[in-house]
Structures are given as C-alpha cells and as structure tokens.
Design a protein. Sequence first.
Length: 202
Amino acid sequence: MPSEGGHERLLPRIWGSSLALRIITITLIASFTVIIAAGAMLVKEAKDGILEGKRQTSISQASASLQRMQSQLRETDLRTSSLFERLNQLADQVVNQRGEYHLVIRGPVSGNISRGISSQSVPEQLQTTVESSEGLWVTPTEVIYTDSSRDPEAGIAIGGRLHAPNGESFPVYFIFPLTQEQATIDVLNKALMSTALLLLVG
C-alpha cells in the first residue's frame, strides 16, 4: 500500500507531467477570476448608480421643500403669528407630505427635530458650511436614532437656510436614510457571493 508520503510525492509528479491538467486548471482559475472581477465591477457600477440616483432625488426633494417653506414663511405676519410656532407648522407640513426624510431646524435658542432622530445626524462640517454660506449643501452622513435599540444607518444630509421676515435666518437640514438603497445593494452583494460559491463547487 502506498504510504501517505508517497501520495504527497505523486501529486507534484502528476501535475508536472500532465500539460493538459495544468492548462485546464489554469483556465478554470483564470475564468473564475475574470467572472468574479466582472461581477464585482458590475455590482460597484450598480451601487454607484443607486446612490447617485438617490442623491439627485434627495436634492430635488429638499430644494422643493425648502422653497415651499421659504415662500410660506415669507408670507407670515409676525405681528399676529409666533415665528417659532410657524416654523414648527412648516416643518410638520413638509415632513408629513413626503415622509421620506427627517428634518432638523436650528433656532437661536431651540430647534425643531423630527421625532425619533438625533441632531447628531447632522455632520458638524455641514453645520459650519450652512451657517456661513448660502445655497444648498449635500454630504453623506450617519443617521442616528434616539431609540438606542435601532442601529445607525447610512444617509444623505442636505442643508440650507430659511429667512424670516424679520431678517433672522435658520439652518435647515434634511436627513434622508438610505434604508431601501442599502437593502438593494446587500441583495446585489449576496448574489455576487452566491455566484462565486456556485462556480467554486461547480
């Protein structure tokens, strides 16, 4: 009976003496590598497309909501209405109408924050930029919830400013969670891994 050491020596001899075996093995490895690399590239392109689409949609929604809030705030008569009550009303209106984002309004003393979300969801760099510049600013963020049992998730933060009739301005931040987008990306990643495993065992 051949010894275990004999088997170990036999395998290198078979590999070295069989050109066909080497060609088939190298071809299979190369094919597997190319397929996985191509799959990974397609998944990356799909991921980038999903995130960019969400980014553009979020900018459009935030811009439209901010313009609507600004228009209504400009028409507010501060002699008969409280500015902060009006800001709260506007915040409730745009959040309830869309339901796709959270809203954070920074006031000089207090602010308005959508229920369930932490103000830490607004990146400090974005706050600094919005407080010192006009326009609409966009950055990735981590959405942090007040419910400690709920894990933070990736999101998009968009900031701008509201201008009150009395000359005051208030930073406004729209926080868009990437819940659905991340779920789609996870499915794509799992599909790539499943394909790799099938090729390995096939």
